[in-house]
Design a protein. Structure first.
Ligand SMILES: Cc1ncc(COP(=O)(O)O)c(C=O)c1O
Length: 442
């Protein structure tokens, strides 16, 4: 083997892959050398259909020249400026463009670089907001079982997926967990399940038990994504909103996956008609081409932390930020991405494709191994009967799919589909056909 081939590098072993069983990977490496449209290509040129938009990142399809050229131009014009007491025009332009998409009132945009950072930023905004209003005792967060809010310590505290928490406590920020919303009664239901709005009352119970004066914010993914796509029960999110309002608790939607059209509207907040106080977003913000994330804050939060700050010359108004906040290349990528979404009406296209996608996905319910299917917009989750060890079969499924020419994410024994908005009905058929064929091998 040539010492410069990717395979040779792999065997040298310096690269420690995240969220990967590394020894298993080394024994059968899955490499992509290039991508175009809705396909990845392996180093030997085999096409693999991308049924996950990368990792929910790439709804406009891979390797869009408009984005690549915008980044290239930007790097030759202004490669870097700090955002600490300096900035650049594209950061302002992008913030305004994002604020045109967010729900009314959430028009202050704070940039960071990953979904995990957006979650930490939103947690700190919530703490700082209450403190500035003389309610510094509100330091506990409420989130949900089966939630995924990234991998930094705040997000791990909020997380409700056991493996993400187990090794890293104690000492995490204080967080209480509501029950998840995966109910037997809603099995094989597309869209929002009819049962389970009352699970929102867990928030009321936790607030009553611990005292509203201790609770800063309630974090939820409007559609829980990484755990296997759990759409909210009908009426659930509006009930959370009412409870938060009653007790002065901030409501945060983690839209790292659902942001930018995944549920048919720019944000799931609009799809479900519920406006939170903070929205976190990442992934599709640059169509996956540059690392970037953001928090959209309600203008009242900005007012409290910034406009009403007693000392206008102090950066202490919100003592937080990242070297790469609003990186010029990421801003250029995001602006080019938002142009594509608008010019190609991609959110509308995704909305139109959703019915067909869900219909085809749900056609797999006749397979014995399939125990549940869920989906909303262009997100779908399919559970398979676990083997002896939970997650073992899901992992094997993902590997067999790769060999059969389909890329998708699995979590435990759930397969997660999130096709790009440019996917054609034929390509949906092809994904479901490969999935059916591979599921039958178990
Ligand atoms: C809802 C949600 N929040 C946060 C994150 C973390 O994002 P990142 O991996 O960019 O840190 C993810 C990642 O999938 C996510 O789905």
């Amino acid at each position: 083997m040539n010492s410069h081939t990717p395979e040779a590098n792999l065997h040298r072993g310096a690269h420690w892959l995240p969220f990967t069983p590394n020894r298993d990977f080394a024994s059968s490496p899955k490499l992509f050398a290039r991508a175009s449209g809705v396909h990845f290509y392996t180093p030997d040129g085999r096409a693999v259909l991308d049924a996950s938009s990368g990792l929910f990142t790439t709804p406009a399809g891979h390797c869009r020249p408009e984005i690549a050229e915008a980044v290239h131009r930007q790097l030759l014009e202004l490669d870097f400026t700090s955002s600490f007491q300096r900035s650049h025009p594209k950061a302002f332009e992008l913030a305004d463009r994002i604020a045109e998409l967010t729900p009314d009132g959430l028009d202050r945009i704070f940039f960071c670089n990953s979904g995990s950072e957006a979650v930490e930023t939103a947690m700190k905004m919530a703490l700082a907001y209450h403190r500035a209003r003389g309610q510094g005792g509100r330091t506990t967060f409420v989130s949900r079982e089966r939630a995924y809010h990234g991998v930094n310590f705040g997000g791990v505290a909020l997380s409700g997926m056991v493996n993400n928490r187990r090794t890293f406590g104690p000492g995490l920020p204080s967080a209480l967990h509501m029950r998840h919303t995966h109910l037997d009664e809603n099995r094989f239901t597309p869209g929002e399940g009819a049962h389970g709005a009352d699970l929102a009352d867990d928030l009321e119970r936790l607030i009553q038990l611990h005292g509203a004066e201790t609770i800063a914010a309630c974090f939820v993914e409007p559609v829980a994504g990484s755990t296997g796509v759990l759409p909210p029960p009908q009426g659930y999110l509006s009930r959370l909103r009412q409870i938060c309002d009653r007790h002065g608790v901030l409501l945060v939607f983690d839209e790292v996956i659902t942001g930018f059209g995944r549920t048919g509207e720019p944000f799931a907040a609009q799809t479900f008609g519920v406006t939170p106080d903070l929205i976190t977003m990442a992934k599709a913000i640059t169509n996956g081409a540059q690392p970037m994330a953001a928090v959209a804050a309600h203008r009242d939060i900005f007012q409290t932390l910034v406009t009403d700050s007693p000392n206008p010359l102090s950066s202490n108004e919100f003592f937080h930020g990242y070297t790469w906040s609003a990186h010029p290349a990421a801003c250029a990528a995001a602006l080019a991405t938002l142009d594509i979404y608008r010019e190609e009406a991609l959110f509308e296209r995704g909305r139109q494709l959703s019915g067909y996608f869900l219909e085809q996905l749900f056609s797999l319910r006749d397979l014995d191994i399939v125990t549940d299917i869920r989906g909303l917009g262009l997100m779908g989750g399919l559970d398979i009967q676990p083997a002896r060890q939970p997650g073992e079969r899901g992992h094997e499924l993902q590997k067999r799919l790769f060999d059969a020419g389909l890329h998708l994410k699995t979590t435990g024994d759930s397969a997660i589909l999130a096709p790009a908005f440019i996917t054609t009905p034929d390509q949906i058929d092809q994904s479901v056909e490969i999935l059916r064929r591979v599921l039958k091998t178990f």
